[in-house]
Each structure stands twice: as C-alpha cells, then as structure tokens.
Design a protein around this ligand. Sequence first.
Ligand code: 5GP
Ligand code: MN
Length: 326
Amino acid sequence: MTQSTFAEIGGVLRAHQRIAVLGHVRPDGDALGSQLALALSLQQLGKDVTVWNEDGLLEKYDFLPGGERLTKPPGSPQDFDVAIALDTATQSRLGTAGEAVRSARTWINVDHHPSNPGYGDLVYIDPVSPATGQILFELIQSEKFPMDAAIAENLFVAISTDTGSFQYPKTTARTFEIGAELLRWGVDVGRISQLLYENYPRRRTELLRELLGTMRFEANGKIACFGLSLKVAADLKVKPEDNEGLIDHLRAIHGVIVAVFFEELADGKVRVSMRSKSEDVDVSAICQKFGGGGHKLAAGTRVRGTLAEVEQKILKAICDVIDCNS
Ligand code: 5GP
Ligand code: MN
C-alpha cells in the first residue's frame, strides 16, 4: 500500500464534483464529526456532497452543525465521482453506506486505525493520530479548504470524543494546539462538552445500573467485564448508542488492565468491545483473532454464539495474553 499525500487527496477532491462522504457503522463522535466537517468544507468549495451513514445521525449527536445533511443511504445505489471513507478500519464496516455507492471512479480512505489494510485508490492512514478529525484538520489546513465555526465544531467533537476529552495516550501537544485553534474558530468548549458529556437520557444510567449488576472480575482483578442481553436491552428500551462509553467505568477501576463489554445482538452474534490500560496488552491483536480490529488500547469484534459462549472464549483469549496467575 502506498500512502497518498494531502496534496494528492486535495487535488482529487478539487477535480471532481459528486462526492460521497462515508463513515463506519455504529458511528461514534469521530466518525460523525469527521463526516460532517469534511462535507461542510467540500460544500463550501461548491461540490455536490452526499453524507451517508448506515445508522444515520444518532439522536445524541443531533446538535452537530449540518447534521441534517447526514442521512441513512437509500436502498438503491447512486453514482459518484469520488467516495471517501472516514474513520473506517475495513471497507465492510461502511455497511449499507458502502453498498449504496455504485460507480465511484476513485475511493479515498482516510483513517487512524492501525489495523486498516489500506483499501481504496488514495490512502492516508496515520496510526499515531488520536482521531480521524485531527487528520482532517491537517488536510483542511494544508489544502486551504474552507473552515468556519460549524466545521470547527464538528472537528472538535471528533477529536474530543476519540481522545476521551484529550486524555488518552495518543493525545499529543499537536492535539491541544488543534483544540486551541478550533476554539479560535469559534468553538464554545463549555457548551459543546455539556452537550457531549452531560446530556444523556436517563435510560443510559439505568442501563449502567443493569450492567454493573452483571459485572465480574477475572485474573485477580486484571480483567473486568459486564454484559447486556437482548432482553434487558428491550426492557430498558435502550438504543445501540446508549452504551458508548459505559465500558470506561470498568477501565477506571484500579488494577484493571483489560475491560470488556459483551452485547448480545439480534443476528446471533455478540458485539465485543475491549479496552486496555497497558501498552503491553494489545486488544486490537486479540480482537483480530476473532475477525475484528481497532486500536492497541481500544478495539472490538463480533463473534457468533451466545453471550455465555462468547464471554468464555474471549476471556480465555485475554488470559492467554496477560499473565492471569500473578
Ligand atoms: P468500540 O468498542 O467503541 O465499539 O470500538 C473500539 C474501536 O474498535 C473502534 O476504533 C472501532 O473502530 C474498532 N472496532 C469495533 N468493532 C470492530 C469490528 O467489529 N471490527 C473492526 N475491524 N474494528 C472494530
Ligand atoms: Mn476514530
């Protein structure tokens, strides 16, 4: 895989008119913020921009500027000159949004997942970047693409959510510089942070109460996990996005090295979400053994089986990696 330069990617975007901006299924703040930031910038360049995500704009992100532009893809494919995938580790994680793009002449892949195999014609993967939003800031700046308060707000959401509010180890001095620059563009950090982190529906905390009831520890407290069954999810009427971030309560416990969240899905699989607190325990490598991927310290996969079966398999795989006896 050859990496492209910002100039090459900027050149292709400038040279074409019909552009699809896509992001991964079960989107997070980095995926949605990145999609909207790039879409708004390209729109100001005069492009015909389509912004699709399999799950549409999640309710909790409905305050994002330009959010009304981000929709679920239609059932029948459409033609584009360029399709750009953001924050999407494998092409299949575009889901129906990828399937709805028929004949894009050029595919661009901009991401920060180390496990990204580099699909597409133009590829820019920066595995040390803490967020795809940070890469997009650099792209927009270096290509002198349009920037304004609305674009800045989307980029800030992307970076804030993927760095755990500028806390995770991939956060660098450059991340703070970009944060400062986005504030100068008009981002109100207090307002945005409240919308992001102090605005959850009550059912999310009710879900946390249920999850904590299933919490267990393995390997002398080095592994912590909890699980969500379809039944509990239905009883509480939870939405898929409600559980984003709840795993942090496990990671925050003293002595825990790996936190795992198991979520039973309707298709007979279990969604596994994993976090590590040690550079020595690469959870992306563990998830890759089960067909998933992600980052060293935050990864995921989907595994066929019941909650109990998948829990057992995954916990064994983690035990094989960390020393479970000391
Ligand atoms: P989360 O646990 O928040 O769903 O995901 C953590 C990280 O792992 C994210 O960067 C996400 O892109 C990645 N990830 C989650 N699930 C999967 C999966 O099924 N396959 C791959 N390749 N990556 C995943
Ligand atoms: Mn990301």
